[in-house]
Design a protein around this ligand. Sequence first.
Ligand code: SAH
Length: 395
Amino acid sequence: MLEIKLKKGKEKAVHQRHPWVFSGALDKIMGKPENGEVVKVISANNEFLAYGYFNGQSRVAVRLIEWEEGQEIDAAWYEHKISAAVNARARLLKNKDTDAYRLIFSEADFLPGLIVDQYANFLSVQILSAGIEKAKAIVIDILVKLLNPKGIFDRSDATARTHEGITAENGLLWGETPAAFIAVKENGITYHINIAEGQKSGFYCDQRDNRSILAAYTAGKSVLDCFSYSGGFSLNALAQGAAQVTSVDSSPLAIETLKQNIALNEFDETKHIAIQSDVNKQLRQFNDEGKKFDIVILDPPKYAPSRSALDRAARAYKDLNRRGLMLLESGGLLATFSCSGAVDIETFKQIIAWAALDAGKEVQIIKQFCQPEDHPVRLSFPEGEYLKGLLLRVV
Ligand code: SAH
């Protein structure tokens, strides 16, 4: 196995089990490892530190996977890691009301660049590192053996792959091609998912817990669900007896799927309005019309893909939240989210405080939202904590 020596002092983060070694930390590469090849990382004093996937093209030059010296990174190693991830979710997987879960969550499950979501009998896979790409055949074999899916679909069309120098993929990896829409359940509500073309890997199962927490506040209320996608928050509100739900999303596929979902669950269509539009534009229009809601939900896409985008993202979050808050009166609720890893909860609170000030509203935090347990956060890898949210009451 080829070795990579770190600069003096750079072993500290590796000892703390942080899984990323940046290219600037490398002192010497012994030999010419291929992208994705497993290498041994050693300190400036030649002591063993860890094994990881090398990538000469990425800012993260080594993605660490194993800290035990002498451990072979073979099929048995992959099987051990994959079954550990699946077993850790055994309690969730027993739930009869839900069959959409994240089974493997990249660094959080010690498999950097591998994301596996289960949608009923199908698996949707994202391979976002050259290391996992190299081990793809082994990984697929193990998933088939352990989970016996009907089909495995590759949704690795994310920009992350370009940073790793691997081309986008989208297609069947194993078994049966899923139908254009397959049905899954989450907390007893049925959703259609388009595995091949839906956003992310088809569904945002990271909002599962937050949808049901928020639903408890919606009975008899008028709810505005911004960035609704296929209706996660809207459908939960309708199930809990919301008086009126308005969903806004710019994607035609999202709105089409949402309408299918209302019908699938036999919810009262007269209580729901779907608007295909840009959220900022729609919020401006509602404000111009003097429209008010009891509850406003803001679940935008990732505004800050990296730390360098933080300033611009902060302004976008602020404007969005200011507009959302203007639609609420005293006692109204704002559920606001950020899925940007670069925006931590304290920064997010600060941004929302500015938005409230600009909107002329005094607000109280009555709940904080986070990722569900199938998206765990390793304390040694705080970057994995991407989803956060606040439930605010307008005083
Ligand atoms: N709340 C959703 C997930 C939201 S994901 C759920 O519970 O499933 C973000 C959504 O924002 C996507 O559906 C995307 O189509 C939509 N979107 C992105 N930019 C938008 C914009 N400017 N206006 C309206 N919708 C937008």
